[in-house]
Each structure stands twice: as C-alpha cells, then as structure tokens.
Write a protein that binds this ligand. Sequence first.
Ligand SMILES: Cc1ncc(COP(=O)(O)O)c(C=O)c1O
Length: 466
Amino acid sequence: MAENPDPHDLFSLPGFTRPAPHGGFPAYELFPEVAYEIVHDELLLDGVARMNLATFCTTWIDEPARRLMAESLDKNIVDKDEYPQTAELEHRCVRMLADLWHAPDPATTLGTSTTGSSEAAMLGGLAAKFRWRARGGTGTPNLVSGPVQVCWEKFARYFDVELRQVPLRGDRYTLHPDDLAAYCDANTIAVVPTFGQTFTGLFEDVAAISAALDRLHASGGPDIPIHVDAASGGFLGPFTAPDLVWDFRLPRVKSINASGHKTGLAPLGVGWVVWREAADLPRELVFDVDYLGGHMPTFNLNFSRPGGQVITQYYDFIRLGRAGYTRVQSAIYLVARHFAEGLRALGPFELIHAGEPERGITAVAWRLVDGADYNLYDLSDRLRVRGWLIAAYPLPADRQDETIMRAVFRHGFTVDMVQLLLADIRRGLRQLTDNPRRTPLTRAEAGGFTHDARPEVPEQGPPPRA
Ligand SMILES: Cc1ncc(COP(=O)(O)O)c(C=O)c1O
C-alpha cells in the first residue's frame, strides 16, 4: 500500500487516520493491533493503580497468580458441573475462611464467593431479613449500623429495609455500643458493625457491640443478630491482631463478609460471605438450578462470573497460609506506620488512625489542624499532580463539617514509596503555603475518587426510640 510502506509502523496503518468511534455502534472493522493500541493509549489517562491510595483493592499480584488468572480466563464459576475442580476450590476457600473466623463447625457451615463485599453484604443482609421474617417479623425491617459503606445503603434501598445509621456523636469515629438500644427494636434484622471502617479504617468494637445487644436482650428487648462487614479487616485481624474478638467466637455473629480482592490479596473481582452455621442461611434463598446436565445450588445475585479470582484466592491461601499472611500483612502495617510517623513529623496534621493493627486496617487517616489557609482538598489536588491518588472527604453524620484524608496501604507499597510520597506531601504543603489560594478548593473541584458515594435522595434520619 502506497500510504503504508512500512507494515511494521503500526501508527500509519489505516484506522489511525480518524478518531475511534465514540457514539453510535461502529460501522466498520479495525485491525486488532489498531483497536488494541487505541484502547491502550486511551487508558494512559487513567491513574496509576499502585499510586492510588484511595482504593482498598489489590493492585499488585505475583507472577504465578497472573498465570492462573490467564489460564482460567474462560472458566465460568457458575458451571459447577463442567468445572468441578473450580467448584471444589471455592468450597475449600469457604471452609478455610470458616476456620479462620472460628465458625463452630467449619466443615459443615455454608458460604459462597461473590463479586466483592457489596454482593456478599447483600447476601448477608438478605439472610438476616429472611430469618427475621421466619421469626414472625412483620412491618418494615430495619438494619442498625454506624457509618457504613455505600453497599449497605444500596442493600437497604434495593431490598426495602430501613437503614438506621447511628450518627457520630462528639468526638466519636465509630459506632458506640451505648447508642444501640435507642435504635434497635423488634424489626431490627441485624446490627452491622464494620471491622475496618471505610472512612477512617478504624475497627468498630464488635465484642462491645455484641455485649450491648446481650444486655438489651437480657433486659427484655429483642434478640438481635450481628452481621460483621469485615470487607478489609477479615483478612487482617486473624493474622495481625489474633486476640481481638470480632468473629464467630461471639455467638451473636451470624454472618461475615470480606473482600478477597482487598486484604485477601486476590485479584479484583472476589468477595466472600460465610454463615456461622448452615441453619443461619435460610433454605429458600438457595436455588437449585438444573443446568447443562448438572444439579447446582446457587446463592448469588449474579449467575455467570469469572472463576479465575476464586482459583487465585485458593492459590493465595495455600501459598501463604497463616504464616505468610501474617508476614505480608505485618509488612504492610509497618509501611503504614512509617507513613504515619513521617506525616506527624510534617506538622499540621492530627492522626485519627496511625496504622496500628489493634485499632484498624492498614491505613492512615488524618485531619488538618485548625489555622491552615488551605484545606485537604487542596493537598489532595497537589498530590494528584504528582500521580498520587489520596482521598479527601467529609466525615459522615453528625460530623460532616470535618474533612479528613485517608491513605490505604496495600501489598506492593514499600517503605521507599512512602519516602517518595512524604517528599511530595512536603513539596505540596510548601507550594500551598507559599502560594495560598484565594478560595480553597471544594470537594467537587478536587475530583472524586472516594468510596463513599452518597445517594442522591435526602437521608432519612432514624427516629430514636422514645
Ligand atoms: C467496609 C466496606 N464494606 C463494603 C465495601 C464494598 O466492597 P467491594 O468493593 O468489595 O464491593 C467496602 C469497600 O471499600 C468497604 O470498605
């Protein structure tokens, strides 16, 4: 072809002479290399995942895990009859998690993999709703929690449950057990403590919450089960704070969700929910589907899902075991604490969570001390210029007037990267001090890459019981 004398020069191939289709369904074909390069180049504008400290999710996996993901690209986890070994690995993971979280009989309890903690939370919530109904519950079911991740707001909206989020009073950052009695009643399907809060990374005190519910029941009140949202904490506490009692060691805890693709170290796309005992998962929620000659029980919102994430999760479990997970998670806490110390030394910050394994997840959360003529959105914006993605956002009700910042440290982030980040924070602070903006940035102007998308409708404040 005259216009393309060098067939190896990709960028002169037909297809690069006009922009890629954006709107209507494309009429013509492109060479695969051309289409690939267009998509690849478009993605250059995305942030660098490993510099994204706003995410909780896995951004580094080792080479064998990548190989397993590639090898299982074509396996649908729902086809349990066709891929019985994938189904077996999923079962083994459920049993291992039941053991890790101290279920009374890990061999017989039930659980499932999901697409992430959101689906797992919905399944845990649905089981609680069905159990409440089986106990004779009528009226509008409600769920009581502290400030929760948006998945619980979705659950409440999608499944007609009233969400009663206990506001943060005074200087509190987590759900306080003393507040519970005023929010619980006979229609409370469950209390949901978060073991590793999204906003601050702090653990809510599941044992104290359980004890408060024991007292409520003993004084003639309802007997309310607990579902623990351990999206991030479920793969940390057992290894790095084993004496912290938050799991099935508490008889009131009936189900737990966790994200395999967060601290579970699996690639994106897997979560887990496990019930204390088989009887805690109502039978009517489990579908037995006849499919391609097989007989398959499923309890999921999706039907087809990729199998690779579950397969790779099993690889992580057997590759690392308790010893390996303890080593990896301890190293990440070390990195988080190193960052917290550096941040403290920089000056104008008050640390809310400094990455202590007994207090919260592998994250650091901080606020700006009063008196600065810039805000945390300004700092977030400055850091973004250098490629760091670190979320700044307001605290939830009733502390919405306070802005905080949170950095989540994950496997693959090193002490050396902390040094680079601290140097950029120092540089950013100097720029902000030397060139004060007339109007500090707003949250919207700073861009949104947080996990706490609020619903568009006004929130209904829970009416405290008289
Ligand atoms: C406490 C908590 N629960 C649930 C979720 C939702 O998890 P996923 O992203 O796996 O759906 C998150 C996500 O950050 C979270 O922090």
